[in-house]
Design a protein around this ligand. Structure first.
Ligand code: FNR
Length: 184
């Protein structure tokens, strides 16, 4: 059976990030056909068009990793009803050079979350606006907006709330089928 590598981009830099914990939980729950490469963005330089002629090594490494992958999974919180700036910056970096986005053709999944009531739905919707011009197909169903994630983990960062585990399992199984379909 083929193994597909999925760059799993975490939209938060916070050490105790719920998004990071969810990404790690998804990596554990993923079927053997998927290898989730959990990727954080603290080393990505600010996008600056002046640097495009001689891009920084961190931009090139991110682009290369994406190009070699079989798909991309975003796990993100919502900041002020949109995506965090660090995530938008990384997308801008990987979308260039113009016409040569590193997301091109890559099947994409999106998992929104929040300790609040709305589960990061606006961040997910904004990603669904941003990506179509620069990526491959986006998995639209099932939708995942995990709310109230603040008490879903124990002190070791392990997912302990069963209902969340169930939703993530359903999602990662559906995502695996989607990845397989788009990598044939
Ligand atoms: C937030 N938070 C937040 N939550 C939400 O559901 N909708 C929102 O619009 C916002 N806006 C927002 C802006 C800023 C600048 C911060 C710092 C936070 C709360 C946010 O969901 C919470 O801090 C999460 O814990 C952030 O995700 P990580 O770091 O746990 O992955």
């Amino acid at each position: 059976m083929a193994t597909y590598t999925i760059v799993t981009i975490v939209g938060s830099l916070r050490k105790e990030s719920f998004s990071l914990k969810i990404a790690n939980a998804l990596a554990r729950l993923a079927p053997p056909s998927l290898k989730l490469d959990v990727t954080t963005l603290e080393n990505i330089s600010f996008f600056n068009q002046d640097l495009e002629a001689a891009p920084p090594a961190d931009w090139l490494a991110l682009r290369d990793k994406l190009q070699k992958s079989n798909g991309v999974l975003f796990v993100t919180p919502e900041y002020n009803r949109s995506i965090p700036g660090v995530l938008k910056n990384a997308i801008d970096v990987a979308s260039r050079p113009y016409g040569k986005s590193s997301f091109l053709g890559k099947p994409v999944g999106i998992v929104g979350n929040s300790p609040g009531a709305l589960g990061g739905v606006s961040a997910v919707k904004h990603l669904q606006n941003i990506l179509p011009g620069i990526s491959g197909p986006i998995l639209g169903q099932p939708e995942v907006y995990l709310n109230g994630v603040g008490d879903a983990f124990n002190d070791k960062g392990e997912l302990v709330r069963e209902a969340v585990q169930k939703v993530l399992q359903q999602y990662v199984d559906a995502f695996a089928a989607f990845i397989e379909k788009h990598n044939r």
